[in-house]
Design a protein around this ligand. Sequence first.
Ligand SMILES: O=C(O)CCCC[C@@H]1SC[C@@H]2NC(=O)N[C@@H]21
Length: 265
Amino acid sequence: MSTPTRKPLDRHELWTLLSEKSDFWTELDVVQVTGSTNADLANAAKHGAPEGKVLIAEEQEHGRGRLDRHWVSPARAGLTMSFLLRPTLPREQWGTLSLLTAVALEEALKAVCGVNAKLKWPNDVLIADKKVCGILAQVEGNAVIVGVGLNVSLTEAELPIPEATSLAIAGASTLDRAEIASGFLAHVAAVYQTWNERGPASVIERWQRNSATLGRHVSVSFPNGRNLTGRAIGIDNDGCLQVAAADGTVETVAAGDIVHLRPQD
Ligand SMILES: O=C(O)CCCC[C@@H]1SC[C@@H]2NC(=O)N[C@@H]21
């Protein structure tokens, strides 16, 4: 695959598209380069930035991933963005905001790009079992910053790991980042409204319907180095994964990395 032309994002065009689709978003910044959009919005949150503020970077120099990993994407080849929410539901339920974001992205990718994605716990979006997007939610005071890294036009050679993919590789019907970003943010706003009105259960139910994890044999690596193997059987109301071990005991996993095992593993 040759390297596609990567049109810069036009803030005005994106804001117009977004405003046609949703009236939830309050501020939009597009910057050429920054360290991390999550770090920038966390800082903005401390200084009172409003709910609905969005920051998109054409290039990130120190993109953060889960578990202290780096997030790498060539300039303008992906969507690297963060948005700020100030949820009023109890804090225990904020953990489900990354599931909410994954649900919104799955719906937007189908509607805007014509691709079918699946959701891997806790917050990856997969196409054909490969990661196309990572989500990183962090709490800053009474705000939640949700960061999204979506691989749009990356070629095979540009992917950081063989287990990753991009919308270009998946044959998306469009790679127009303004269309994708505005469609995605409109879906986030709609799912967030449901989350606020009906609570996280409604969103978890949508996540489960498109899950790549549930029913699978998984290996869970905990931050303390412990490992658990079992079948992923459900998601509880706080967004935790329930794993049934071979001896029938069910463990609730709040944080960890999982690998989907093949049936023969
Ligand atoms: O899969 C992961 O580990 C999560 C990756 C999240 C990356 C995005 S890119 C935009 C935002 N800014 C960051 O520094 N990280 C998130």
